[in-house]
Write a protein that binds this ligand. Structure first.
Ligand code: GLY
Length: 434
């Protein structure tokens, strides 16, 4: 046999061996297939429609009714300028809201394209993922927010996993340097925002920016990134949480590291439990354990997860926008909080002996999100995958609307679930890989 023939025989045997290792799943996972089909179609539709604008899809513009906000916030009246600023014009209402590359959500659309490509093998999605990731290149020079982790890790971070090159690595490192530039040694935390009247605001969302630092620490071998991430997580653990493991949204510090104020920005009131904040928390501490093996983080993530499962009382496991919001027919649920929680709990389920309860809960969330109640019909929903999230109700912004980060974490959760169950899409079919 000449060399070419030998290679062909080897290729054929490997192909047959691989094919024989695949079976149809015994359980009914048609909801996963449905979710992936909708995601691929919607993302491609959005990518085509947004092409050439230099912007990215963020949400759909919704209006709000002041009386509804007062009822949800249990206040007699509201006079806040942020909500008025967010009220869309009649022409904007119901239309896609785009964002620029410096918006905190800019990384989610490219990130969703990367996940959808990874899960389906569709090369069009890969080409679009590259195109929209490249749009974010100037973010490497930006220093004005802690959201750099969201922006770059979800876009370039996935690019580095799936199609690495030196430019991607450089963007990740430069952005991580800029994020570390916001770390204050006396306070032991990374500053979140540069607006407002707080002295040094840190929001629970900031836990999500640590994955960028962990990834760059691994890529460069420089532990300074990891050390800052760990210090931030510890400081947040000490100051952001109540005895019942719910958390405040904003904690601002004095320069000596003492606490200046504990408040909310997007929740019902300062002492309420804003649903997405609780989701950011369980995700963040689960990631910290993955990266450090420090059981302090694992034990903390477990406490938050148990609190979430105890506090969310909805039949479909999709939380209301704030756990303390008055529950009425009109109270909106937040699919984004649910998708972040599902992704975190799938990972957490692999870290503890009684992990099945977290995996089951995450599966319940994912089935709800993949049902007609939340999953869009192809061609509807302005190209977004999921419906019914809440951005910032107290600020009258993005109430009961799709959000690009709900879509991103939904796909990430599907990916984590599929990996755990050894599921893969092969020739358009869901298969179990033995
Ligand atoms: N990081 C802002 C939010 O969760 O809405």
């Amino acid at each position: 046999m000449n060399n070419m023939k030998k290679k062909l025989v080897l290729f054929a045997s490997v192909t047959i061996a691989l094919a024989s290792c695949q079976t149809a799943p015994k359980e009914d996972y048609s909801w996963i297939k449905k979710g992936l089909d909708v995601a691929s179609a919607q993302l491609q539709l959005s990518a085509e429609e947004v092409d050439g604008t230099g912007q990215l899809p963020r949400s759909i513009r919704t209006g709000y009714d002041m009386d509804f906000l007062c009822r949800q916030l249990e206040r007699d009246s509201l006079t806040f300028k942020d909500s008025l600023r967010a009220q869309p014009t009649a022409e904007q209402l119901g239309k896609r809201r785009l964002c620029g590359v410096y918006d905190w959500t800019s990384g989610f659309f490219p990130g969703s394209l990367w996940y959808a490509y990874e899960l389906t093998g569709n090369d069009t999605l890969k080409a679009e993922a590259i195109q929209y990731t490249n749009l974010l290149n100037p973010v490497r020079y930006y220093k004005g927010t802690h959201d750099l982790g969201f922006m770059i890790n979800c876009s370039y971070g996935n690019a580095e996993r799936l199609a690495p090159n030196d430019t991607i690595a450089a963007v990740m490192r430069e952005t991580a340097d800029n994020l570390c530039g916001r770390f204050n040694d006396s306070i032991g935390a990374i500053r979140s925002w540069d607006f407002g009247t707080w002295n040094f605001p840190v929001i629970i969302d900031n836990m999500m920016n640590l994955d960028l630092l962990f990834n760059v620490a691994k890529a460069t071998g420089d532990n300074k990134y990891k050390d800052i991430a760990i210090k931030h997580a510890m400081t947040t653990m000490h100051n952001h949480f109540r005895p019942d493991y719910t958390c405040w949204h904003v904690v601002s510090y004095n320069n000596d590291g003492t606490v200046e104020r504990k408040q909310t920005h997007q929740g019902k009131n300062d002492d309420s439990s804003w649903a997405r904040g609780q989701a950011w928390a369980v995700y963040g501490y689960t990631a910290c354990y993955r990266e450090t093996n420090d059981s302090t983080f694992l034990n903390f993530a477990v406490k938050i997860a148990d609190m979430i499962m105890d506090r969310v009382k909805t039949d479909d496991a999709i939380p209301y926008w704030d756990y303390d919001a008055p529950v009425t027919e009109e109270t909106p649920r937040d699919a984004s909080a649910a998708s972040v929680t599902a992704s975190a709990l799938i990972e957490l389920s692999t870290m503890v002996p009684d992990g099945k309860k977290y995996l089951d809960y995450a599966e319940k969330i994912l089935k709800s999100l993949s049902s007609d109640a939340y999953l869009a019909k192809v061609g509807d929903n302005q190209g977004f995958i999921l419906m019914h999230s809440v951005g910032s109700l107290p600020n009258g912004s993005e109430i009961d609307t799709p959000l690009n980060y709900a879509d991103y974490y939904y796909l990430e959760a599907l990916k984590r679930f599929m990996e755990l169950k050894k599921l893969r899409v092969e020739n358009g079919e869901l298969r179990v890989i033995q």
